[in-house]
Write a protein of this length. Sequence first.
Length: 382
Amino acid sequence: MIKFENVTKIYPGLAKPAVDSLSFTVPSGEICTLVGPSGCGKTTTLKMVNRLIEPTQGAIYVPNGNGDLVNVMEVNPIQLRRKIGYVIQQIGLFPHWTIFENIATVPRLLGWDNDRIRRRAEELLEMMNMSPEYMDRYPHELSGGQRQRIGVARALAVDPPIMLMDEPFGAIDPINRNLLQNEFLRLQKEMKKTVLFVTHDIDEAIKMSDRICIMNVGGRLEQYDTPAAILSNPANEFVENFVGADRALKQLNLIRVEEIMDTAPVLLQLDQPAAEAWALLRERELRSAFVVGPDGRLRGYVVRRELRDKTGTVGDYFTRADMGIEISTTLRDALSEMLAMDYNTVCIVDNHNRVQGMLSIEMIQKKIAESNVNGDDQENGA
Ligand SMILES: Nc1ncnc2c1ncn2[C@@H]1O[C@H](COP(=O)(O)OP(=O)(O)O)[C@@H](O)[C@H]1O
Ligand SMILES: [Mg+2]
């Protein structure tokens, strides 16, 4: 874990602190995000962990490797930084070094032999979904998203238990940013690093964090809690304003479609007689239903009136459509997609397009209404 105890930083010559008696603990294996307006002391807080900046008062503790905590001021800064990966926006890759040489920086300092470094670099590129061919390229030959992946890979090179990430995806376009966020979350499931992550974007904080530390100008901590608790129960007006008026919608980021979908929707088979399918839909009072093939994969949908008085099979009358949403999608993303495609109902599928359930706009609305009702007396959303 990382423990902050009354940490204050006053820059020389300034009257007011940049960080003001900050106390909080990041549990081991969790992602904690510092979020707040520009100038509220996020970067300063981060840099005090690896001693790029030293606190004026208070102490920061990190594990010493034997299960005990040690004050970072009592560790040799070079030793300390080898155990702490550091990723920054606009990365700081060395422009005249190849990707391999960039990744090799810290392993070389630790005296790893070339074979071992190369194996690790290959492994890291694979983790970042990049081909080993990139090893011999230079940073300027990569896209912004790829460079940022190398920034993350380099920080992970010697597998440090702690990662500090300062607006790591801030300069990336929204689509790639989303990809990078998802990739990092997927990696984190296995890596279980203790991560201190900085962003000024509350949506990114909600998505990435186990816990969020909301900071205000002057380096004051306003609330430290899980995303769910912060959304449902903001500690004060500042937090409420910072998370925004649409916090009900934001809560949808924390819920996956599989948690609320109907897991037993009416499904029709391609080879099912049309008359039988029509009777079934009438009995269930459904105007349409999804159609699956013999392999259980989604093929499209059929409208009840198209089947009325028809001979033949469902396969003769259905509309081929790709209206499946993956089971791990957040409700927020599912809702956006449904609104964009103008679908009231979507089919929920696994990554092989096999039907797992059904989701309607009404089901999402009901969820929003529930979280609003429960919001004020929810103690802790964790
Ligand atoms: N090296 C420095 N010298 C003096 N003041 C600084 C220095 N670095 C940052 N500050 C000031 O400290 C405050 C916090 O800065 P910073 O930690 O960079 O905020 P954030 O990362 O949240 O935008 C700001 O008012 C900033 O101007
Ligand atoms: Mg900053």
